[in-house]
Design a protein around this ligand. Structure first.
Ligand code: DND
Ligand code: ATP
Ligand code: MG
Length: 240
């Protein structure tokens, strides 16, 4: 893990230099993926990393956990509450008040997209790059919002399956309570990644790393990967 952390840190340093950027901006959710990504960015660019905490009708504990990460690793951060813009857009688009219990993807995907807009504001202001937090497990099945949390400049932990993200988190000293909470996109009350995908990260990681899986897991992965393949492609152009 020591070597992996060093190599990713060095890679982030090189990427910033090659792309003419001064540092990195990261959305800090209070979850493990953003904690690990932000700490790697802080190691790479100690004086030029910004964490942005963006509650959007979110569980207040998440912002509390995000602040804990920022303070533990001395990462400067902003808190931008997106409740108002979200409620306004939902009302404008649907004519109805937003309902935080409802799992309507056309509506709740607005949350990650508002976060993307916010992160690109800071990236442009500060001459930073937006560091995405997607990992190999999520990328394999396309478990992210297109141009939402998927709208980023680079993916420092994109080659690590979730289990490897946990290992790196342990090595980096991410606070226990963040390591221990169940992965959630936090898009509606009680959302849980594994329940929504229909497979566990352990099953998904095992399949990615070894090719071993029972028929049910194989089918779910195949199906999600096919359905979401477009998220990893450039928009189609006419062939003429
Ligand atoms: N074949 C195709 N070729 C080109 N484009 C295609 C397409 N099929 C759909 N599309 C487009 O893509 C859209 C659907 O994709 P998208 O808008 O992303 O929506 P969708 O994949 O339906 O929803 C996002 C999923 O990611 C999960 N998520 C989101 C955010 C964070 C996290 C997390 O882990 O933290 C997880 C979320 O819970 C949900 O399951 C369609 O509305 C359409 O515009
Ligand atoms: N409330 C939030 N404030 C700031 N950024 C957020 C917030 N919610 C989500 N994000 C951004 O969207 C990313 C995707 O969320 P995701 O849930 O996959 O990662 P995570 O919360 O870091 O880890 P976990 O998968 O364990 O919950 C986050 O890593 C973060 O960059
Ligand atoms: Mg999360």
């Amino acid at each position: 893990m020591h070597l992996l952390a060093e190599r990713l840190t060095e890679w982030l340093r090189e990427q910033a230099a090659e792309r003419g950027a001064r540092g990195y901006v990261v959305g800090l959710s209070g979850g493990i993926d953003s904690a690990v990504t932000a700490v790697l960015c802080k190691r790479a660019c100690p004086d030029s990393v910004l964490g942005v905490i963006m509650p959007c009708y979110s569980n207040p504990q998440d912002a509390e956990d995000a602040r804990l990460v920022a303070r533990t690793f001395d990462i400067p951060f902003k808190e931008i509450v997106l409740d108002g813009p979200y409620a306004l857009l939902v009302r404008l688009l649907t004519g109805e008040d937003c309902n935080v219990e409802k799992k309507d993807l056309s509506i709740i995907n607005i949350k990650p997209r508002l976060r993307m807009i916010t992160l690109y504001f800071y990236a442009s202001r500060l001459q930073y790059l937006v560091a995405g937090t997607g990992n190999r497990s999520e990328l394999t099945v396309g478990y992210f919002t297109k141009y939402g949390d998927g709208g980023v400049d680079l993916l420092p932990i994109g080659n690590l399956v979730k289990r490897q993200v946990y290992e790196l988190a342990e090595y980096l000293g991410i606070p226990r309570r963040i390591i221990e909470k169940p992965p959630s996109a936090g898009l509606w009350v009680g959302q849980n990644d594994e329940a929504e995908m229909g497979i566990t990260y352990q099953e998904l990681d095992e399949f990615i790393l070894t090719g071993k899986a029972d028929d049910r897991v194989r089918e779910v992965v195949k199906c999600l990967a096919a359905k979401n393949a477009h998220k990893k492609q450039m928009p189609a152009l006419p062939p003429f």
